[in-house]
Design a protein around this ligand. Structure first.
Ligand SMILES: Cc1cc2nc3c(=O)[nH]c(=O)nc-3n(C[C@H](O)[C@H](O)[C@H](O)COP(=O)(O)OP(=O)(O)OC[C@H]3O[C@@H](n4cnc5c(N)ncnc54)[C@H](O)[C@@H]3O)c2cc1C
Ligand code: SF4
Length: 343
């Protein structure tokens, strides 16, 4: 590992200024991703600005009924928080599906959002990778593609974003609070991460020195019965091949009044399934309509030879998670199972 300097910032604006002033500085959250990359030679910051002691560890109610999760909140604490478990179960489930207990105890909200792709070529400095070294090429295009994107990729990069938490937060219409050296601003989480285009080295729309201080979840009654489903190669300690975060509400006549669907493991960013949502709003909550919604989204899919299996996996994940959520909702109101009559 290359030698580096270490500083503790006085406050959020100071932390942002310290990083902005050094082209090769980085914030240090839990370190579970950054320090691994420093050991592998994928990241080589000259300066680490430790932010873990800054007052960004609160989980606080917001005036409108939502909740603010500080950037330093550990993933295990967010997952276990009673308000999050009760009001946003999809988020608690997504967090608990990620990594291991030890990692979740160290990983922070801000660091989890900004963790980098798990593409094996990105992590192997002996191979070409446009994300790690712009212009060097993409080894995955002719290589191992099992974990790679089926939506929104470019000829320059087909990597996926790895965070489970971010997928749930995308379905929940979260905002990210960002501090630079001078001011604070808010960015919808759905716009934080980028598609790769011709500049896959930029994972997000943040500038160097932008510090995430919190994530805000709006009040969302339909999130009460939300679900996260993660499909992976083994039952724990594995990244998603495909995941689905779903929240929905039904009208009295059993049609879908509103719905939020986000997918993980399929794109360079948490993928909001807007086509599937559009297909479902106003439709009856039936198996056929769940499958039709998944198909609507999959009309945009462009799988690679090595990850064609993700297409039926997306179909199953979306259909099954919608079924779980809507069965719970119908069961709650009249005991009716939306799958009845369709078996
Ligand atoms: C074996 C293993 C398995 C894993 N499995 C999963 C999984 O299944 N699902 C999943 O979602 N994740 C998984 N992870 C990833 C893990 O969740 C991340 O490593 C962790 O969330 C990163 O958080 P951190 O606080 O440690 O970030 P750090 O490593 O400290 O930082 C990551 C990046 O974010 C930047 N950063 C940190 N905090 C801020 C901030 N507040 N503002 C701006 N920039 C910031 C850092 O500079 C760095 O670039 C796994 C990790 C490992 C090692
Ligand atoms: S998919 Fe992206 S991260 Fe992976 S090798 Fe290609 S450019 Fe690098």
């Amino acid at each position: 590992m290359k030698p580096f300097d270490y500083r503790r910032a006085d406050d959020a604006a100071h932390a942002a200024a310290l990083v902005a002033d050094h082209p090769r500085a980085a914030f240090l959250g839990g370190g579970t991703n950054l320090v691994d990359h420093m050991k592998l030679g994928v990241a080589a910051p000259d300066l680490l600005v430790d932010i873990t002691h800054l007052p960004m560890e609160g989980i606080e109610p917001l005036p409108g009924g939502g909740i603010s999760i500080g950037a330093n909140v550990r993933n295990s604490d967010a997952a276990a928080h009673p308000f999050i478990r009760r009001r946003y179960p999809v988020l608690s489930q997504a967090l608990l599906s990620g990594a291991s207990g030890q990692l979740r105890n160290a990983a922070t909200t801000g660091g989890n959002l900004l963790q980098r792709t798990r593409c094996v070529y990105f992590q192997d400095t002996t191979t070409p990778c446009n994300k790690r070294e712009p212009g060097s090429g993409c080894s995955a295009l002719e290589g191992y593609q099992r974990y790679h994107a089926v939506f929104g990729a470019s000829p320059d990069c087909v990597a996926t974003h790895p965070s489970d938490m971010a997928v749930a937060m995308t379905a929940l219409d979260a905002d990210v609070v960002v501090q630079d050296a001078a001011a604070e601003r808010r960015i919808p989480l759905s716009r934080l991460h980028r598609l790769p285009g011709e500049a896959p080295e930029h994972d997000t729309v943040l500038s160097h020195g932008d510090l995430i201080t919190a994530v805000e979840l709006p009040k969302m009654p339909m999130a009460l019965h939300s679900r996260y489903r993660k499909i992976r190669d083994r039952s724990s300690f594995a990244f998603a091949l495909v995941s689905a975060a779903v929240a929905a509400e039904l009208a009295d006549d059993g049609t879908v009044a509103d719905v939020r669907i986000a997918l993980g493991g399929v794109a360079h960013k948490p993928w909001r399934a807007l086509l599937a949502e559009e297909a479902l709003r106003g439709a009856a909550a039936t198996e056929q309509n769940f499958a039709a919604a998944a198909e609507a989204e999959l009309s945009e899919a462009r799988p690679l030879p090595g990850n064609m299996f993700k297409v039926p996996l997306v179909r199953s994940a979306v259909t099954a998670t919608l079924r779980d959520v809507c069965t719970g909702l119908r069961g709650r109101s009249d005991g009716h199972d939306p799958r009845e009559g369709e078996r």
